[in-house]
Design a protein around this ligand. Structure first.
Ligand code: XMP
Length: 517
C-alpha cells in the first residue's frame, strides 16, 4: 500500500553519500526512498515517482561489472538528476562519452554557472564562486544529443549538463554534502522546480497517514510489541497505540541487566502518561541464573536473546489470539538489506526479537521502516514522548551483561550500575551527553593494586568509553575535556566500593567495536 502522494526515488549505485541525498530531500519536506540501482522499470512505473535521482558510486561506467539501470528509465518522462557516477551513466546511456580524467578532481572546486535555470535557478551567471565538492576519477567528455553544458569547473568542462527540452540533468559534484555550498539550492530546484513537488511531508502528515495505514492493515486484530524503553520501541508503541489503542499490548521484560532506574522510568511514563497496556515481566532471577558462570561474550548474547524470546512468547500466548508483532525497524536497516553490499561476517549476535515472527506465525508491523533516527526522534516529540526518552543514548539489548567482562553476578552488576550512574550524571552535567553517541562504564575482569588512605587495595578496574558516531557503523572516541575525565574517574573511585582504577578507552571503530563484548 502506498501512502505517499508524492515521492522522489533515489537509485543507489553504491555511493557513501546515498543516504545523505535522502536526508537532504526529506529535510525539504519531500518524501523519498532509496532503491537498488537495478530496480525494474515496471516497479518504478508502479511507484510513479515525481522524480528520480541516480546516486554516485565507486565504479567506472565502462567497467565490466559497472552497475547499470534500464536505459528506458530515461524515456519515462520523469525528471532525472544524475549525481557524479549517475551523471556519467546517464551520459553514456544516451550516447555521450565518459573518460578517465587526466587530473582527478577530489575535494573543493569552484563552479561557474552558464545556465541559470533548472537546478541552478536563482544563481548568477559567470561567477566562478560557487563552491562545490567533487570526487571523481572519470569525467564527461562528449555530451549526448540534445544536451548542453550548464556549469564548468577548472578540471570539468562538463561539471553540469542538461537536456535542453527534457528534465534530465547531470552534475559531476555532490549536492548532498555540506561542502557544496549551493547543494541545498540545487536539490530544491530539482525537487520543487523540475519535479513539481510540494513541501508537504511533515511529521504531522506522517502521523496522519501512518495511523490510517496501521488501522487498515490491522483491522480488528491484536498486536504485541516488545517495549525496551529505547527510542525506537517507545516511539513504535506510541504510534501504534495512537492508531489502534486497546488492541495493542506491550511487553516489557526486565532482564535484570538494565541501568539504575531504567525499568521504573519507562513503566512510569507509559502508565502515567498514556493508557497503553504494558505487561511488566520481572525476569531478573531467570536471566541471572542463565548467565551463571558464563564468561564467553557470544554465549552470553545467545542465552539472553533466547531467554528473551522464550519469555516473550510465553507472555504473548497468554494473551490469546495475536496476529501482529510491532517492531521499531528503521530505514538504515531496510536499506542495508537492499543495497549491494556483500554479506558481512557476524561480529556479534545482536539481541532482538528477530526469530519470533516465524515461531509464532506473526505478521510484522514496522511503522518506522521509512524513517531515519533523527526523524524517529522528531516523531516521538510529535507524539508527546518526553525529551529524556527521545534523546536517550542507545543501549544494547543484552544490557549491562556485555559491559561486565567475564562472569555476570549480582555483585558485579551492583558495582557497574553505580559507576554507570556517575558517568551519565557527569556527561549530562557537562552538556556533552547529547553530543556523544554513547558514554558508558565497563567493568573489567582484572584487579589492580592501589592505595587508599594508608591501606593497600587490590580492586576492580572500570573502563570509561565515550564515542562519537552518526550511525554506530563507525565511531571515534570522544575528545572529552581532561577535567571531565578527571571528575568521572575521581567520583567512581571515591564513590563506588570495589573500584580503585579508571581507564579511558581511546579506540575507534573499526578496528574496535563500541561495546567491549
Ligand atoms: P558495536 O559494539 O557492534 O555496537 O560497535 C554498535 C551499536 O549497537 C549497539 N548494540 C546492540 N544493540 N542489541 C542491540 O539492540 C544488541 O545485541 C547490541 N549489541 C550492540 C551498541 O550499543 C552500539 O550502539
Amino acid at each position: 500500500m502506498d501512502i505517499h502522494s508524492e515521492k522522489i526515488l533515489i537509485l543507489d549505485f553504491g555511493s557513501q553519500t546515498t543516504q545523505l541525498i535522502a536526508r537532504r530531500i526529506r529535510e525539504q519536506k519531500v518524501y523519498c526512498e532509496i532503491h537498488p540501482f537495478n530496480v525494474s522499470i515496471d516497479k518504478i512505473k508502479e511507484m510513479s515517482p515525481q522524480g528520480i535521482v541516480f546516486s554516485g558510486g565507486p565504479a567506472s561506467v565502462y567497467a565490466d561489472d559497472a552497475p547499470k539501470t534500464d536505459p528506458k528509465i530515461l524515456e519515462l518522462d520523469i525528471p532525472v538528476l544524475g549525481i557524479c557516477y549517475g551523471a556519467q551513466l546517464m551520459t553514456v546511456q544516451l550516447g555521450g562519452r565518459v573518460e578517465r580524467a587526466e587530473k582527478h578532481e577530489f575535494g573543493k572546486a569552484d563552479l561557474e554557472v552558464l545556465f541559470t535555470g533548472g537546478v541552478f535557478a536563482g544563481m548568477e551567471k559567470n561567477r566562478a564562486e560557487y563552491q562545490v565538492w567533487m570526487s571523481h576519477g572519470d569525467r564527461i567528455e562528449a555530451l549526448p544529443d540534445g544536451f548542453e553544458v550548464s556549469a564548468v569547473s577548472e578540471h570539468s568542462p562538463h561539471a553540469a549538463i542538461r537536456h535542453t527540452k527534457k528534465s534530465l540533468v547531470g552534475v559531476q559534484f555532490h549536492p548532498e554534502v555540506a561542502h557544496t555550498l549551493i547543494g541545498v539550492d540545487v536539490l530544491r530546484n530539482f525537487i520543487f522546480g523540475l519535479c513539481g513537488c510540494k513541501p508537504q511531508w511533515t511529521m504531522q502528515s506522517f502521523v496522519e497517514t501512518t495511523v490510517a495505514a496501521i488501522r487498515k492493515q490491522v483491522g480488528d486484530e491484536q498486536v504485541i510489541c516488545a517495549l525496551s524503553g529505547g527510542v525506537d520501541s517507545s516511539v513504535t508503541a506510541a504510534l501504534v497505540h495512537r492508531a489502534i489503542g486497546g488492541q495493542l499490548t506491550c511487553i516489557y521484560v526486565d532482564n535484570g541487566l538494565m541501568r539504575t532506574g531504567e525499568t521504573e522510568s519507562v513503566l512510569r511514563f507509559f502508565r502515567e502518561k498514556t493508557d497503553l497496556k504494558v505487561i511488566h515481566v520481572a525476569a531478573e532471577d531467570y536471566f541471572l541464573k542463565e548467565l551463571d558462570r558464563v564468561a564467553d561474550p557470544e554465549e552470553k548474547r545467545k542465552r539472553i536473546g533466547y531467554g528473551f524470546i522464550k519469555i516473550f512468547e510465553e507472555e504473548a500466548k497468554k494473551l490469546g489470539d495475536v496476529k501482529f508483532l510491532a517492531q521499531g525497524t528503521l530505514y538504515p536497516d531496510v536499506i542495508e538489506s537492499v543495497s549491494f553490499k556483500g554479506p558481512s561476517a557476524v561480529i556479534k549476535s545482536h539481541h532482538n526479537v528477530g526469530g519470533l515472527p516465524e515461531v509464532m506465525k506473526l505478521a510484522l508491523l514496522e511503522p518506522l521502516r521509512e524513517l531515519f533516527k533523527d526523524e524517529v526522534r522528531q516523531l516521538g516529540l510529535e507524539l508527546g514522548l518526553p525529551e529524556e526518552a527521545i534523546y536517550r543514548q542507545p543501549f544494547p539489548g543484552p544490557g549491562l551483561a556485555i559491559r561486565i567482562l567475564g562472569e555476570v553476578t549480582g555483585e558485579r552488576l551492583h558495582i557497574l550500575r553505580q559507576a554507570d550512574v556517575i558517568v551519565l550524571e557527569e556527561m549530562k552535567r557537562s552538556g556533552l551527553y547529547r553530543k556523544t553517541w554513547q558514554s558508558f562504564a565497563v567493568l573489567l575482569p582484572i584487579r589492580t593494586v592501589g592505595v587508599m588512605g594508608d591501606e593497600r587495595t587490590y580492586e576492580n578496574v572500570v573502563a570509561f568509553r565515550s564515542v562519537d558516531s552518526v550511525d554506530a557503523m563507525t565511531a571515534d572516541w570522544s575528545r572529552l575535556p581532561y577535567d571531565l575525565l578527571g571528575r568521572i574517574s575521581n567520583r567512581i573511585i571515591n564513590e563506588v566500593r570495589g573500584v580503585n582504577r579508571v581507564v579511558y578507552d581511546i579506540s575507534s571503530k573499526p578496528p574496535s567495536t563500541i561495546e567491549w563484548e
